[in-house]
Write a protein of this length. Structure first.
Length: 97
């Protein structure tokens, strides 16, 4: 299991995503706010890059550590105020291959 110590205020999001069996989880911004217990910053609602993840672990944000530590990627739909978190499956372990 990956370390979630850098998830900071987003620790509950990490735990939620870690414990989901589904490979794809869709959450609204409101559902994420309910999980973490605070309102997402305005940048999360208007800047797609807020939901991006740096490959360089020294430049990752607390929010991106929440989903990357849970082995997920995040794709935000700012118009619908939702995020798709998909399991990050290494190519060599893909099912059916």
């Amino acid at each position: 299991m990956k370390d979630s110590s850098n998830a900071g205020d987003y620790q509950q999001l990490y735990k939620y995503l870690r414990d989901r069996y589904a490979d794809r989880v869709v959450l609204t911004f409101g559902q994420i706010e309910d999980l973490v217990g605070f309102t997402l910053p305005s940048a999360a609602r208007v800047q797609p890059e807020w939901w991006s993840c740096s490959v360089d672990t020294s430049h990752r944000t607390a929010q991106s550590d929440a989903w990357t530590s849970a082995s997920r990627t995040a794709t935000a739909n700012l118009v619908s105020c939702s995020v798709v978190f998909e399991r990050d499956i290494p190519p060599h372990t893909m099912r059916g291959k």
